[in-house]
Design a protein around this ligand. Structure first.
Ligand SMILES: NC(=O)c1ccc[n+]([C@@H]2O[C@H](COP(=O)([O-])OP(=O)(O)OC[C@H]3O[C@@H](n4cnc5c(N)ncnc54)[C@H](O)[C@@H]3O)[C@@H](O)[C@H]2O)c1
Length: 310
């Protein structure tokens, strides 16, 4: 069934999503460079507004969007959309949280190997002409205990990947973890403190909420083994970065890898300067496959909503 309506795409998104909306009968204006003044003056004619990370959909833009039925974010969070203002005007706000799971889980594995084998240092010293082989005695992932904090979409993907590397899984989640997943992976389900004191690697996959803010504080970090590594690809605010700095600096924690920070780009120079910290600039979902899937998922949701199916 064809649908009618006008879609404004304000950020660069994968062509597959645009093609899918056009095939269904929608008129799509692709303006990935649009600036706020232009957006405010032209937004009133559109039924659907699509963004990724660049464009902020503020209250002012929402008030100008007289015809809007849907605001869509081709990504996971909704940090750049004033959801309250949209909902007060009965505009549906949608995103594609499931599209990035594989990409983020694979990055977490990459960060674990980077920490265990000191890959950033191995790379930079070799390129500088320094043969530091004897300093780079690493450890294997196989046989180690991986603690997964938050066993949702990404946590479960990571668990399956880690099992294929012969790691043992420990999991903590306030919501019961499915029996099928536990029997498939052999995950030991426990409380957070037991997970922290038993794991060789701890990987965080929780949402940013009032409850998870600074859930990794000095007390929790002190419960981890001094030989353990902490990996965060979820949200920066769940780790108290000052407490992490102290734990890494004093050797109470062997290393940490962060894809996300309390402030992005990060400003905590002391933390960034530590040799046992590996950093990436929030690239968890930055794969061609995840971006394509997110655009397709959003296009499909837009079409279904306009058809009145969901
Ligand atoms: N680095 C990136 O680019 C990137 C990309 C995608 C998602 N993310 C982030 O990854 C995180 C996980 O995403 P997801 O898709 O797996 O979400 P999800 O909702 O599928 O899973 C989150 C899990 O965390 C659990 N949880 C909630 N509060 C908890 C607590 N206090 N302690 C332990 N577990 C708790 C939930 O019950 C749920 O099972 C989110 O913060 C998301 O924003 C980051």
């Amino acid at each position: 069934m064809q649908v009618s309506g006008k879609v404004l795409v304000c950020d660069s998104i994968d062509q597959a999503g645009i093609d899918s909306m056009k095939r269904s009968g929608l008129t799509v204006d692709y303006r990935p460079e649009i600036k706020p003044p232009e957006l405010i003056s032209s937004v009133k004619d559109y039924d659907v507004i699509i963004v990724r990370s660049r464009t902020k959909i503020t209250k002012e833009i929402i008030e100008a969007a007289a015809s809007a039925k849907i605001i869509a974010r081709v990504g996971v969070g909704l940090d750049n959309v004033d959801v309250q203002a949209a909902e007060s005007r009965k505009i549906r706000v949608i995103n594609a949280p499931e599209a990035a799971s594989i990409a983020v889980a694979e990055l977490a594995i990459g960060l674990m190997i980077s920490l265990a084998r000191s890959l950033p240092r191995a790379d930079s010293e070799t390129k500088k002409g320094n043969w530091v082989k004897k300093d780079l005695m690493g450890s294997q992932l196989s046989g180690k205990y991986l603690g997964i904090v938050g066993v949702g979409n990404i946590g479960r993907h990571l668990g399956r990947l880690a099992r294929s590397l012969r790691m043992n899984l420990i999991g903590y989640d306030p919501i019961p973890i499915s029996r099928e997943f536990i029997s498939e992976t052999g995950m030991i389900v426990t409380d957070l403190n037991t997970l922290l004191s038993s794991s060789d690697f701890v990987s965080c996959h929780v949402p940013a909420t009032q409850e998870t803010k600074h859930m990794f504080n000095s007390d929790r970090l002190a419960r981890m083994k001094p030989t353990a590594y902490l990996i965060n690809t979820s949200r920066g605010e769940i780790i108290d970065e000052n407490a992490l700095y102290e734990a890494l600096k004093s050797g109470k924690l062997a290393g940490a890898a962060l894809d996300v920070f309390e402030v992005e780009p990060p400003t905590n120079k002391e933390l960034l300067g530590l040799p046992n910290l590996v950093c990436t600039p929030h690239i968890g979902a930055q794969t061609k496959e995840a971006q394509q899937l997110a655009a397709i998922v959003i296009a499909e949701k837009v079409i279904q909503i306009l058809r009145g199916v969901i």
